[in-house]
Design a protein around this ligand. Structure first.
Ligand SMILES: NC(=O)c1ccc[n+]([C@@H]2O[C@H](COP(=O)([O-])OP(=O)(O)OC[C@H]3O[C@@H](n4cnc5c(N)ncnc54)[C@H](OP(=O)(O)O)[C@@H]3O)[C@@H](O)[C@H]2O)c1
Length: 332
């Protein structure tokens, strides 16, 4: 296929808590040769996702992996050899692929990406799964409406930044929650939310009460103690779109819920949802998001980390909050 090595990232040992530093090894594999109906892909971008921590702990049946396997996830690459009638050399494709420089895949499991003027990496973020997830939570699950107070946690992240922007487009007053003042300023500058609060600030409870005294919609990405603290702030007949519980994926923040009674008292609807239930509507949802992006209403934000060898570090960064927007690894 090409000269040079074909490095791969091996899942070596399960993580302890959210510590991913020691989970991976590197090795070289032979250059893959496509069989009929397959293509060889040179990987260019790896999507780094929060679900990967439960996946490595064996808690995600949809993404099985055992020690010794090559780590895998959604990736974008260029076809360097084709034995397919559907895909040609030079095509840019997106699919679930092993984390290695070159990989082989069945043509039916890859999606060709057209050169439509947006950065390719957006197809892993706002114009991909993160955007669809945000759309599902805001539009379908929470049914956010004009004039409502909409609060989103992990607001600087891939899903959170899209969710807040979509809620703003729908006419909501949007309040983000992040950890740290750098992220707080970033969210205000980049996404023009009405407010953004630092959940680690000593006066968090007071600022929350000031900016979001009665919350119509809470889009939850974090869980744990933060979710519990938000429950008494919900308005009567408010909705909580339960997107993710990233603070709990390490298993170290499974705090008891003390404020559940607020849900009953205020007749709040808490509903979990999964992006996989929306993939049959993907074309329509992405067309709407693409329209917002073209008219400047919605930004795809990203953090690019360069080098396959830094993929483990990029993944670990999701749980220490190292990323702004969608975390992507660029293969060089
Ligand atoms: N329902 C679905 O189908 C679906 C699909 C995709 C993603 N998700 C969920 O959406 C959420 C966001 O995922 P993403 O891929 O867009 O990641 P992301 O928000 O880009 O990155 C994760 C962010 O979570 C925050 N975080 C991590 N550990 C935390 C902790 N212990 N306490 C508080 N905050 C913590 C950090 O932001 P701060 O530094 O600001 O805290 C970090 O930047 C996750 O819960 C994920 O599981 C759900």
């Amino acid at each position: 296929v090409t000269t040079g090595g074909n490095r791969r990232v091996i899942f070596a040992r399960p993580p302890r808590a959210a510590d991913l530093a020691d989970c991976f090894d590197f090795a070289s594999v032979a250059m893959p040769e496509p069989a009929p109906g397959q293509v060889a892909v040179k990987l260019r971008y790896l999507s780094i996702d929060a679900y990967m921590l439960p996946m490595l702990k064996g808690e995600n049946p949809a993404s099985p992996i055992v020690p010794g396997d090559t780590m895998y996830g959604r990736c974008i690459g260029t076809i360097v050899r084709s034995r397919s009638r559907l895909l040609q050399e030079g095509d840019t494709v997106l699919g679930v692929l092993p984390w290695q420089d070159f990989a082989v895949a069945d043509d039916g499991r890859l999606e060709r990406i057209a050169d439509d003027g947006v950065p390719l990496t957006a197809h892993l973020g706002a114009l991909g799964q993160s955007g669809i997830t945000a759309w599902a939570g805001v539009v379908d699950v929470a049914r956010a409406a004009p004039g409502e107070t909409f609060v989103v946690s992990a607001a600087a992240g891939a899903v959170g930044s899209c969710a807040g922007q979509i809620a703003r487009i729908k006419g909501c007053r949007v309040v983000g929650i992040v950890r740290g003042t750098t992220k707080r300023h970033y969210v205000m500058r980049e996404f023009a939310f009405d407010a953004c609060l630092d959940s680690r600030a000593p006066d968090f409870a007071e600022t929350l009460a000031r900016h979001a005294d009665e919350i119509d919609v809470y889009f939850e990405n974090v869980g744990g103690a933060l979710l519990d603290a938000m429950l008494p702030r919900m308005r009567r007949h408010g909705r909580i779109a339960l997107c993710g519980l990233v603070a709990q994926y390490g298993g170290d923040d499974a705090v008891p819920m003390r404020n559940l009674a607020a849900l009953r008292r205020k007749c709040v609807r808490l509903e979990g949802f999964g992006v996989s239930d929306y993939l049959h509507r993907k074309a329509d949802i992405l067309a709407e998001i693409a329209g917002w992006m073209r008219s400047g209403l919605l930004k795809h934000a990203e953090t690019l980390t360069h080098g396959l060898e830094r993929a483990p570090e990029a993944l670990a960064g999701l749980f220490t909050g190292g990323n702004l927007g969608k975390q992507i690894v660029v293969l060089v």
